[in-house]
Design a protein around this ligand. Sequence first.
Ligand code: GLN
Length: 453
Amino acid sequence: MFNEHKWKNINLEKYKNEIFLKKKYDNSIISKFDIKDYEYIKIINNLLNGIPFAIKDNFSTKKVMTTSASKIIKEFIPAYDSTVFTKLVENGGIPLFKSNLDELAIGSTGLTSNYGDVCNPFDKEYIVGGSSSGSNYLVADGTVSFSIGSDTGDSVRKPAAYTGIIGFKPTWGIVSRFGLYDFAPTFDTVGWFTNIVKESALLLDVLQGFDEKDYSSIKPKDKDFLKNIDMKNEKYKIVVIPVLEEQIINKEILKDYKKAINLLKEDGHKIIEANDVEIRKLSTILSVYRVISSIEAFSCNSNLTGFNFGDYFDEGNNYEEKIINARTKGFGYEVKKRFLWSRESIYSEEKYYFKAIKLRTLINEEINRILSMGDVLMIPGTADLADNINNINNFPSDHLLNNFLTIFNSNGSPSLTMPITKNNHLSTTVNISSLPFHDKKVFKLSNRLEELL
Ligand code: GLN
């Protein structure tokens, strides 16, 4: 069954072409693999039968430098492979590229990397989204069939909306993060980009599993996502949140969101309107995320001193001066900004961190209550279409719908963004999520919607 799956856009011949391998694809690639280097990994299961992929440059690969797009660890080559990378190769996937990202996976535009800006492959005037900018670009333009990213706040699902492809993050903990550079571990998940929902389900079959090397690994409770993806005669209860419709900025998004609801209704599914949602609680997500993710990021990156990794060792007369030099030169603006937020959150008299932890519990309770009203929750994928590169404001607005996807990082839900009308950088999308460990429901309903479309 799995080996019969045909991947879209696959033209293996083009990968042998010299020009293909020399191109940089609008900065979407940081480095390239030499497939011969991976003969030490034995193929144990051929679920990915020779499919080429890209992986974000914050996943450790022991033969290729892993920079996380930061100057402070430029040219750093890790001592081990990330579990995700090993599993992909063990399943017959062919690694082609390490893809560009917003530095340390912190960002949402694709414009805060030290390896150049990544633009939308369909129109260079528009953003491709971040932080998994290169991974999004390379699937959207058909260079690879799938790519791996990481999703801490929405970094796979929101960029996917800006190019009209599928972006998925599984239940927190069921895919190993061993070898993925931490940003904010209580939110971080591995995620991926594909052209169709079935490919996304197949990747969860390949990648999920308990990993003793990952301290946060959780035993999966389900399996065979692709094999069981057809709904047959099952009908779902689909929860929608009517007040979110007022937050949609672009009219086409509203029209297509309603179209998706109608298609599913006509297909026999029941639409449940959640009218008693405590919007004030959910609206605190951006502040909660800013405080907790910055503090976790600051803590996790405290080893980046210029001593252990990177080549700033000689600059400065004493330990403190050396670190100040390394960090001043090694980190970009967005990363410094987050580290300053973290300092403010920890040292201010307001005790923001403790408040944020309490609020996070309330947010999680509320979203889990809403998700429990049905099988899945369907919301608009974004409030607006991709921004023009010249109009970018790196401070995200506190518009709830713009930050809603982060709620599913807060509570650990599986969550998938998919296109309704595919029109290059102007695609409209919806997002489908469920309670944690119900990844199968997300795939089943998304796949059904894709069929109906
Ligand atoms: N936009 C979020 C941020 O800038 C998402 C980052 C992510 O998911 N890696 O923090």
